[in-house]
Design a protein around this ligand. Structure first.
Ligand SMILES: Nc1ncnc2c1ncn2[C@@H]1O[C@H](COP(=O)(O)OP(=O)(O)OP(=O)(O)O)[C@@H](O)[C@H]1O
Length: 256
């Protein structure tokens, strides 16, 4: 297992956002987290990335217990994420936004950086080359010098994914990656996620409301409702499960 959550509870004051949730993701799996607004999906992401501590329960990444670690340590171990609301640096170019992801792998002294010497310029050159390779894989290398926030919504989401990939993750967490995309963009994104999984052997955990996207992409899904797990299994079975339909999918089934 690449990731394992055991009996997670999370309370915010009087609100139980997550109630006794356990699940595990296998290596090279694409796993979907779905459920209505406020179900606790983003809270689970924040627990996995170390932004929230669970009230109780444990999180293991590649068999190592990580629920007590700070977010930057967890990035170093190999978990990267994107956000529901895109978080790019507006004054920076696409390339510069992606280069931020490489910080953890660049080792040089402040003195070397100041003089643009030795390891600094070598590390900088290597990081730029690797950033271009990622941008090429995502078909946005031609936009490297554009201001990140001048791009279309779909392209900005790709820049966020590029920045996450720059940290060289083993597990990628995507929070509503297809939100706001048209069907051509979301088909393109699905191909990209398959490509990341197949060629880079990165496991993917994603939150998504677009059930067609989830059906196409995910090996397994977990459905949350008010912090409780109401289903875990194949997406095709989820859409036929009565509890899932009444909690979440009524509209989806009626419209498809
Ligand atoms: N920092 C916080 N402080 C207090 N309550 C919080 C906090 N973060 C989340 N919650 C509460 O926890 C519950 C779960 O919220 P969460 O954002 O995880 O849901 P979600 O499934 O990601 O919803 P959405 O699909 O709208 O993003 C909600 O009741 C929310 O108000």
């Amino acid at each position: 297992m690449i990731l394992e959550l055991k009996e997670i509870h999370k309370n915010f004051g009087g609100v139980s956002a997550i109630i006794n949730t356990s699940f595990a993701i296998k290596e090279s799996e694409i796993f979907g987290l779905i459920g209505p607004n406020g179900a606790g999906k983003t809270t689970l992401f924040n627990i996995i990335t170390g932004n929230y501590k669970p009230s109780s329960g444990e999180v293991f990444f590649l068999e190592k217990k990580i629920d007590h670690l700070k977010p930057h340590k967890i990035v170093h171990l190999g978990i990267a994420r994107t956000f529901q609301n895109i978080r790019l640096f507006s004054s920076m170019s696409v390339l510069e936004n992606v280069l931020i992801g490489f910080d953890k792998s660049i080792k040089y002294s402040v003195f070397e950086a100041f003089l643009h010497l030795g390891r600094f310029s070598k590390a900088e050159k290597n990081a730029k080359k690797a950033a271009y390779e990622i941008l090429e894989q995502l078909n946005i290398a031609h936009l490297a010098n554009e201001k990140a926030t001048s791009l279309s919504y779909g392209q900005q989401r790709k820049v966020e994914i590029a920045r996450a990939l720059a940290t060289n993750p083993k597990l990628l967490l995507l929070d509503e990656p297809a939100a706001g995309m048209n069907s051509t963009e979301s088909d393109d994104l699905a191909r990209l996620i398959f490509d990341i999984r197949d060629n880079k052997k990165i496991s993917v955990l994603l939150i998504e409301h677009d059930m067609k996207f989830v059906n196409k992409l995910c090996d397994r899904v977990m459905v949350l409702d008010y912090g409780k797990t109401i289903f875990e299994g194949k997406p095709n079975d989820a859409v036929q499960n009565p509890e899932v339909i009444s909690a979440y999918l009524g509209d989806f089934n009626a419209s498809s």
